[in-house]
Design a protein around this ligand. Structure first.
Ligand SMILES: [Zn+2]
Length: 100
């Protein structure tokens, strides 16, 4: 079982959390001007990397808040979590990212 550290509550078992998709996907600045292809791009297209990925998570059975995590998509290892609204940490400054 994974232990995920909620930035508000601390480490908790993974069953308390729900995955919320890719983090830092910005809403269009002027949605009324988007055509169907641009809406499809915003709604459905994600990076889906094999490696480190910034993701949104929700502590559904805890504080209920959204936060972000940097997780390796192969090993499920999470190296950092941070509050929603905070900037994505510079991956070069996080130790241990060279190993999944
Ligand atoms: Zn929490």
């Amino acid at each position: 079982m994974l232990l995920i550290t909620c930035p508000h509550c601390g480490a908790r078992p993974e069953i308390e959390f729900r995955y919320g998709g890719e983090a830092h996907v910005a809403r269009p600045a002027d949605p009324a001007t988007l055509d169907d292809a641009a809406w499809a791009e915003f709604l459905y297209m994600r990076s889906n990397p094999k490696g480190w990925h910034a993701e949104r998570w929700r502590h559904e059975h805890g504080c209920g808040r959204f936060f972000n995590a940097i997780r390796h998509t192969v090993s499920d290892r999470i190296v950092v979590t941070y509050r929603a609204g905070e900037a994505r940490p510079d991956l070069a400054t996080i130790p241990g990212l060279d190993t999944p």
